[in-house]
Design a protein around this ligand. Structure first.
Ligand SMILES: CC(C)(COP(=O)(O)OP(=O)(O)OC[C@H]1O[C@@H](n2cnc3c(N)ncnc32)[C@H](O)[C@@H]1OP(=O)(O)O)[C@@H](O)C(=O)NCCC(=O)NCCS
Length: 136
């Protein structure tokens, strides 16, 4: 079950010299969206350890409204995996496009930046679909 994690508008500071949103902006927004979802699911600190292949399928223009959705797909021993989808709505046509999607893996860490078990850190009110992943 995916949740809207970030909704935002593209501004000129987010553009590359060709006039489209630059990849670093898109990747940073996806990482932020993932981290927001991770905080919804667990207490404490977590860091990004892995992002799978990113394929930019559609350009994002100045003024577009971006929506980034997050879905937890796995709870590991110390890690949590999320599927992140980046979509855009063209400011001119109002058509909606899928821009890219990727898996993000975060790892729960202690104050010494060492991985720690994630299950004791899960919040009490996590959605049922995530709870079901915990018992797998
Ligand atoms: C995150 C970090 C603490 C993990 O340390 P580590 O010694 O590599 O940890 P481990 O090998 O024990 O792996 C920890 C978990 O990460 C997962 N993991 C590690 N590397 C991975 C990779 N390349 N792909 C997928 N998962 C990976 C492991 O599967 C494991 O998950 P599990 O416990 O649920 O099975 C360390 O790599 C680190 O500090 N990296 C830098 C993080 C960072 O700065 N991120 C950017 C800013 S947020």
């Amino acid at each position: 079950m995916r949740y809207l994690s970030i909704r935002n508008r593209v501004y000129p500071k987010n553009l590359n010299p060709n006039g489209y949103a630059f990849g670093g902006f898109i990747m940073a927004e996806m990482d932020k969206a993932a981290s927001i979802m991770v905080e919804e699911v667990m207490h404490g600190k977590a860091v990004t350890v892995f992002v799978d292949n990113l394929h930019f399928q559609h350009p994002v223009r100045n003024g577009d409204i971006i929506s980034i959705y997050a879905e937890v797909t796995k709870i590991g021993k110390t890690s949590i995996t999320l599927h992140i989808s980046f979509e855009t709505r063209c400011v001119i046509s109002r058509d909606e496009y899928s821009v890219c999607d990727a898996l993000f893996v975060f790892v729960a860490i202690n104050d010494q930046n060492k991985p720690i078990p994630i299950r004791p850190l899960l919040r009490d009110n996590i959605p049922d679909y995530i709870q079901a992943l915990v018992s797998k």
